[in-house]
Each structure stands twice: as C-alpha cells, then as structure tokens.
Design a protein around this ligand. Sequence first.
Ligand code: NOJ
Length: 585
Amino acid sequence: MMLSHRVGRACHVLVLVLCLSTAEDFDWSANNHDSFYYGTFPNGFSWGAGSSAYQTEGAWDKDGKGLSIWDVFTHKKGKTFLNDTGDSSCEGYYKIKDDVSLIKELNLNHYRFSISWPRIMPTGIRSDHVNEKGVKYYSALIDELHEHNITPIVTLYHWDLPQVLQEKYGGWQNISMINFFNDFANLCFERYGDRVKYWITFNNPWSVAVEGYETGEHAPGLKLRGTGSYRAAHHIIKAHAKVWHTYDTQWRNKQRGMVGISLSGDWGEPVDLTNQKDIEAAERYVQFYIGWFATPIFHGDYPQVMKDFIGRKSAEQGLGTSRLPTFSSQEKSYIKGTSDFLGVGHFTTRYITQKSFPSNRGSTYFSDRDVAELVDPRWPDPGSEWLYAVPWGFRRLLNFVKTQYGNPMIFITENGVSEKMMCTELCDDWRIQYYKGYINEMLKAIRDGVNVKGYTAWSLLDKFEWDEGYSERFGLYYVEFRNKNKPRYPKASVQFYKRIIKSNGFPNQREVENWKRKATETCSTSNQLLAAEEQRNTAANILRLIHDPLTSHMEMVTEVVVPTVCTLCILISAVFLMFLLRKRN
Ligand code: NOJ
C-alpha cells in the first residue's frame, strides 16, 4: 500500500516535471530582433495565396445554393460596416479562369480556398439533398488549378454554416453538428479527394467560437458570454477529430492525402521579460488563443492553465462545474494526434501584462484570462485597427508552436495586411514592407528549426471582410467592387511577392531593394488607369442617382462621396509620385 502510494506520488511528480519541462522549452527571455536575414527557403517550399468562399464567391442564392448563417446575418441591418453583404463580392463563382490566371501570374505553387457547405448541401444535411451544380463548381476550380500545376489546399469550414443547422439545432452549440460536419467532409473526400491532397477541417475556430458565440460580432451573432465560446470550441474540436479519423480509416490508403486544421493566433509578448508575472500572463494569452485548440489536438486535453483559471473562476461564481467542458479519457485519446500538419494563420502581436478580473463581475472568455493587452505606438498600423505590423512576433509564435507541439509540419495558411478603403492605392508599399518583414522572420524561424513547409499570403483578392464589410482590403489584387464586372488590378505587392517566389527567398540587399523600387514604379501607371476608370464609374453613378428619386442618403455617401474621395486620393498620389520621380531624374 505504502509502496504503491509512493510510486503513485513519484509518477505524479514525474508527470508534473514533464509537463513543466515542455512548457519551459520555449525560451521567453530571448527575443532577438536580429537584422534582416538574406538567404533562401528550403527546396520545394510551397508559395501560395488564399481566399474563402463567403468572402469572394458571391452568387449567394444561385444554382441551388442554400442559405448560410453569413447570408442571414449580413441581411440584418446594423451587423456589418455600411450593411455590406457578400451577395456578389468578387463574383468569384463566375471567374474561375480569370482568378486562376492571376494565380498563375504570381507563379504560385498552391492556392487555398474553402468550400461553402450550403452550396453543395443546401440544408447542411446530406440525406436532404446534394446540390450537384455546387459540387461541379468546386470540381471545375480544382481541375483548372491542376491544369496549371497549382496544388489546391482546401478548407472545409471557413465560417459559413448552413442556416438550417443554426435554426434547427443552434449551430456549434449543439453536439449534433459533429455528425453533420462529418457527412459533409465525407462527401468532399468522395467527390474531390482524388485531386485534393491537403485538407483543412476548420479555419480559425477561435473566431467562430469567440466572435460567433461570445461577442456576437460575427454570425450567428450570439452573445453567450462565458459559456458559448467554450461550448462551440468543444464541439468543433470533436468534429475536427472525427473528420480526421474518417479520412484516416476510409480514404487515406486510397487517396494518400493529409488532413489538418488551421489555427490563428496573435503572439503575446511579455511587457517585461524579467518579470515572471508578465511571462505567465503572456503564456496564458497564447494558451487561451492557439493553445485552446492545439493542445487537445496534439496532447489530448485543454491547456492546464485554461482548466485552472476557468475552473477556479467558475467555482468562485458558485457553479458546480467548470464553464470549460471536459473530455472523457476515451475522447482524449481519440482527439490526440489528429493533425497531419498544422495550419497557422498569423497577423499581429500584443504586449501582455497581468490584470485580474474579479469573478463576481460576470464572466467572459476575456475576463477568464486575467491579462491586459498593450501595443507599442511605434508599430505600423496601416489598415485594420487591430492589425499592427510586428514581424518578430511571427518568429516567436512559430518557435512557440515548435516547442509546445513537438515540431509539427506547418503550413502558414494566412498572413497579410489590409488597407482602409478611403484612399484607393495600388502602390501599397506598406504591404511590401509587411510581407518582406514577416516572410523574413519566417525564414529565420526555419533557420531556428521550425518545420514550415509552405506560406499562404492572405489574400489573393480584396474581398468581403466580415463585419468590416468592404472597408478593409487585404488583397494582392485590388477589386473594383462598384463595377458590376468586379475587375481585378495588381497592386505593387504582386510584383514584390512574385520576386520572392522566383528567388525562393531574399538573395541580397541590392536585389531586394531593386525589387521594391521596380514594384512601386510599375504600379503608378496602373494607379492612373484605375483612377480614370473610377472617375468614369462615379460619373455614371451620379447620373443614375439623379434619375432615381428614391435613392437614399446612404447610397449617396457610399456611391458618390467615397469614390470621389478615392479618386482625388489617387490623383493626388499620382501627381506626388510624378513630382518625386522628376526630382530624382
Ligand atoms: C482571419 C480570417 O480567417 C479571414 O477570413 C480574414 O480575412 C482574416 N482573418 C483577416 O481579418
């Protein structure tokens, strides 16, 4: 009895030491902001760009497609910037050939896109109906990519849940989603698996859980604070595992592909690297972000720190059980190891310090973490309010992933930067700067030993940016949304990214500076063309509005004032650029 007790204790200590040692593997104290590193990526490194169905396809009600939660959400007033919707967006549904030619133009090795679940299963339930027209659309896209030697990387869930599943069952709050999602995935493996070898089950489940079910900023717009996001995440993790097992047992032998998940994570850097409390707070921030999903998938259970914090706060609130659901031991072993590769989406960084949120003031995912986020006012912030360009955070996050999850194979599934819509600008030197810095930090991470196999610039095109509507443009290609044909124009970053791809990295300082100069020179001509085009459209819009007495004030603002401001901006920057060039010559 005594002996087994001692052995038990020893094991317990050993487990504790092992747990601590994995957590300690990541060196919080060493944040080297090395200078720019000239060098190349490993042979076979895959370069790509990405998109998602709801953000680009348009054709929201065409060819038998069912409604998604985003169709319904955006059609309610007040949910998105200027009530923008993805109804037509880039009309990608009709532009397979055009868009694949842009991908070709960039010389990409892969293209990442997502399948809209309700486009191929209108109610979300396989036995109800499979929409063959929708199935055909993705089949044609995959074939066109293959024809040009571009590898498709396909996401099964980029947020557009079939509305019927939301209405009937409560969406990801309901455990039944696991089987419905598995049926959908199975259909995709069946129809496309002969040609698709890289599958991503979920894109950024953090956003689905927190913004969809906790803050309600995203569809389905629920505000189930302190519980909704944990419950949604719990079902998503189980659904991911189930789909991985389905592929593993039913398709892998025949199709020889891989199934992973794409997790997004901001990096959290301790405000003071010598302060243990700050280090713990930063680690908590990262564990509540990427660790929430990655730890179950790689180790079988939620991060200890999430269990501790949410458990303690739930008890203090007088709850009998933790608001964080638990996995049974069978579930833990079923979930552990269900990712053939890890997709990482990354955009930005925060400084983190400890801040206590008393449990008696209500509970939310955010107050459960007990952290405060800070930014350095010197960090560039060209577009989205939340997106500060901090390239070194990328290398830190990648090294953290390497140490925490056993150096998995990584594909960067999203990385990029936006611009605000007020001033149309094809000469996006800040985007060039962003890509240059972030891709270079990824190269340093590879030199550190992180196993990154591919990189996906986010995004190929400007597109519908969720609750921000069309006000934030992430594209390498500019899309003129006001024009019915949705023409695409290359921004300067296209030229720059192309050069990185061609050289498979950064050969030397002189060349890289040359790329940048050339990229900004060529863009000024297309900028002028676009300005002229937009002027014509604005004039046409004014005429149309004069003839339509019912036109609302809102339309006047979006269709006349904004384009006019944009056109003026382009003209002013063109004149300024010409002045600069003259001066240099
Ligand atoms: C992550 C999302 O997956 C993507 O859809 C979005 O465009 C980017 N974040 C930028 O906000």
